[in-house]
Design a binder for this molecule. Structure first.
Ligand code: NAD
Ligand code: MG
Length: 494
């Protein structure tokens, strides 16, 4: 299966990439390609085939064929689990290569790709490998002389659309459970970061997945993306991306009434009470917003601080933000990598300007940086005295920009925490157990972290509420609901 196309070079430009369909590299039918850029130096990293409607048609037909075949659709859970385990092993074996590719395509520090993203990808495939032979219905007592049971079955072809911030990780959160449940998958990576997803397709073939079980179509959202969303032979669509695009996806999926799950944006509150271990809270709030350059859907971008410790926390946040070293993402000392693209860089700088214009107090950062005269970097930025109504407290910036907002008491904290359209993640810092649980109850969010932040596990469902979407990734039960259907069977006994 491998050809010369597939092996990335450790330095310099990557070879051109084609679409991965039916366990083979194919050109886009229209012959078009697009560049993917290394944001750390602004150079074109590789040219990639630009999939369009005809290519999605081809990929979906291939996945449908796989679903109906004995080679994939006919496999029992045990065999699917073995394939997923094998793929996990191969990802682990190739982790250096994949992490390098991810860092060069996305700009995140290599230690994040290698020590955080890749291990999570491997764990996710292993977790769902273990799920594959544990999917079953129930026998349910009903009135009358009947045997009644439910069956759980796969849906068919599942479309997965992922963003650029955790390209391989978020792909694994969808691909692994969808395959574990017996579906076939067409994956569309983000146009900014297509390289690791394409390599994943190839590794799946190496692991033994038959043609069509996993197809990967790189391309743009308004072309390959919409084609996948609207396709009549795609049974379910699992989307992670912005809230704005989520609305378009929901409209696009209405025509075929396909099953939909949306993991969208966030503006997550990190709430620091005065009785917290303040040093731990400051550390957690700093990494909560600056990890992954703040390009994290769960980023704790609103830091709410009880007024009596406000100055002390601000001082700590400023000191820690100044230590977030901007640098070459491949350097081990780098804490803040490159913003994913020039467009995103402009967006982040635009929000910083709006923050100043609306009267927030810039404590530190706020400026573009370059490394050796190149790249799209922004300093870790902290705004103090942010009013809850300000744009930087309401809109998702998706960059290393913290908005610090003071509050007076518990009720005020709840009100401010929930004062946004989003409801993805949240953090609470306090030594008072009762208060922690009351706050966890009161916050409108899919995830609550108490005295910690940014924890993930394949067993823990990850998804939001309100404008952050619906239908969680990860978790056994969430995966069952998302990637299987239930059938009720009645058998008359007399
Ligand atoms: P985006 O919505 O622009 O793109 C996400 C994906 O959707 C890409 O693959 C893109 O090509 C595709 N797409 C774009 N337009 C489309 C359309 N009309 N139809 C179908 N597909 C389309 O988002 P982005 O800017 O790439 O990613 C950042 C956003 O993703 C942030 O808002 C962030 O909060 C969100 N995000 C959410 C989660 C989560 O789990 N909730 C995780 C990561 C990122
Ligand atoms: Mg790129």
């Amino acid at each position: 299966m491998a050809d010369s196309d597939a092996t990335p070079s450790p330095t310099g430009q990557e070879p051109p990439r084609r679409l991965w369909i039916h366990n083979d590299w194919v050109e886009a039918e229209g012959g078009e390609t697009f560049p993917t850029v290394n944001p750390a130096n602004g150079e074109v990293l590789a040219r990639v085939a630009s999939g369009d409607r005809a290519d999605v048609d081809r990929a979906v037909a291939s996945s449908r064929e796989a679903f109906q075949s004995s080679a994939w659709g006919g496999l029992d859970g045990h065999r699917r689990g073995r394939l997923l385990s094998k793929l996990a092993d191969l990802i682990e074996t190739n982790a250096d290569e994949l992490a390098t590719l991810e860092t060069r395509d996305n700009g995140k520090p290599f230690f994040e790709s290698r020590k955080v993203d890749l291990p999570m990808v491997v764990r996710t495939f292993r977790y769902f490998a273990g799920m594959a032979d544990k999917i079953h219905g129930e026998t349910i007592p009903v009135s009358g002389p009947f045997l009644h049971y439910t069956q759980r079955s796969a849906l068919g072809v599942v479309g997965c659309i992922v963003p650029w911030n955790f390209p391989l990780n978020l792909a694994s959160w969808k691909v692994a459970p969808a395959l574990a449940c017996g579906n076939s998958v067409v994956l569309k990576p983000a146009e900014q970061t297509p390289l690791t997803a394409l390599r994943l397709g190839e590794l799946a073939a190496e692991a033994g997945f038959p043609p069509g079980a996993l197809n990967v179509v790189s391309g743009f959202g308004d072309r390959a993306g919409t084609a996948l969303v609207e396709h009549p032979d795609v049974a379910a669509l699992s989307f992670t991306g912005s809230t704005e695009t989520g609305r378009l996806v929901m409209k696009g999926a209405a025509g075929t009434l396909k099953r939909l799950s949306l993991e969208l944006g966030g503006k997550s509150p990190n709430v620091i009470f005065a009785d917290a271990d303040l040093q731990a809270a400051i550390r957690g709030a700093t990494s909560g917003i600056f990890y992954g350059k703040g390009e994290v859907c769960a980023a704790g971008s609103r830091i709410l601080v009880e007024r009596s410790v406000y100055d002390e926390v601000l001082e700590g946040l400023e000191a820690r933000a100044r230590k977030m070293t901007v640098g070459d993402p491949m350097d081990s000392g780098t804490r803040l990598g490159a913003i994913v693209s020039e467009t995103q860089l402009e967006r982040v700088l635009g929000y910083i300007q709006v923050g100043k214009d609306e009267g927030a107090r810039l404590l530190t950062g706020g400026v573009r940086r370059e490394v050796e005269g190149r790249g799209f970097f922004v300093e870790a930025t902290v705004f103090a005295d942010v009013e809850p109504e300000m744009t930087i407290a309401q809109e998702e910036i998706f960059g290393p920009v913290a908005a610090v907002i003071p509050f007076d008491d518990f009720g005020d904290a709840v009100e401010r925490a929930n004062q946004t359209i989003y409801g993805l993640a949240s953090g609470i810092w306090t030594r008072d157990v009762g208060k922690a649980h009351r706050m966890a109850e009161a916050i409108d969010a899919g995830i609550v972290w108490v005295n910690t932040y940014n924890r993930y596990d394949p067993a823990s469902p990850f998804g939001g509420t309100k404008a952050s979407g619906f239908g969680a990734d990860l978790g056994f039960q969430a995966a069952l609901e998302k990637y299987t259907r239930s059938k009720s069977v009645w058998v008359a006994l007399d």
